[in-house]
Write a protein that binds this ligand. Structure first.
Ligand code: SF4
Length: 213
């Protein structure tokens, strides 16, 4: 099964409990205003297969605490997502999936996928809606616990954000490119850009409002 991904990374520590494998899908048809991942919107031809991805990340899967799937929009590639989830199920790790579709839409698309997703964060990002809960960029987004494991692992996220909640992981690619994973709070990216600019560095986000030179 072919799949189009933006990136994979390990470890990610801001998108669920523990040290997690992060898998970002490429392509998003939802296009929320204010999305900070505009680079994942464009649909690109599938460049790999689920088998290849699973093989690549299997050393990480052996030792990680869980898997987070985000995007882009994972449900825009429903067959690839299902095949990936089936592959991941062999590793017996918790699986958290982010989607911009509503809970009802996502549950409909997940018909027959029982047990493959432990927790789902659903709903579009709304830039003018407050952000007071962990794992959510805006409070309209819902956390749904779909399995007993999901309840154990994620029910603690049904609370208000705390100052100590980590927001962003700084990750390095092999080519030296640094990028951030996580759910920034409003204004975080602008603050980061200002800090870096003060040190003589240039930072860009993929948010539409800040990508225009
Ligand atoms: S926030 Fe998620 S669903 Fe919304 S446009 Fe960005 S990638 Fe797509």
């Amino acid at each position: 099964m072919e799949i189009s991904l933006s990136r994979v990374h390990y470890p990610v520590s801001t998108l669920g409990p523990g040290r997690r494998v992060g898998i970002w899908f490429q392509g998003c048809s939802i296009r929320c205003p204010g999305c900070i991942s505009v680079d994942t919107w464009r649909v690109k031809p599938a460049q790999t297969s689920v088998d290849q991805v699973t093989s690549l990340i299997s050393p990480w899967l052996a030792e990680c605490d869980g898997v987070t799937i985000s995007g882009g929009e994972p449900f825009d590639q429903p067959l690839a997502l299902h095949a990936l989830l089936l592959s991941l199920s062999a590793f017996d790790k918790d699986v958290l999936v982010f989607t911009g579709y509503s809970t009802e839409q996502a549950l409909q698309m997940m018909h027959g996928w029982d047990g493959l997703i432990d927790a789902l964060v659903s709903g579009p990002f709304e830039r003018h809606t407050p952000q007071t809960k962990p794992l959510r960029g805006s409070d309209n987004q819902r956390l749904t616990l779909l399995t007993a494991r999901g309840t154990v692992r994620f029910s603690g996220y049904e609370r208000l954000l705390r100052p100590e909640d980590r927001q962003l992981d700084l990750l390095m690619d092999a080519d030296g490119t640094a990028w951030l994973a996580g759910i920034p709070r409003p204004g975080d990216m602008q603050v980061l850009q200002a800090w870096l600019a003060a040190e003589g560095h240039r930072a860009t986000t993929t948010e539409l409002s800040s990508t225009t030179p």
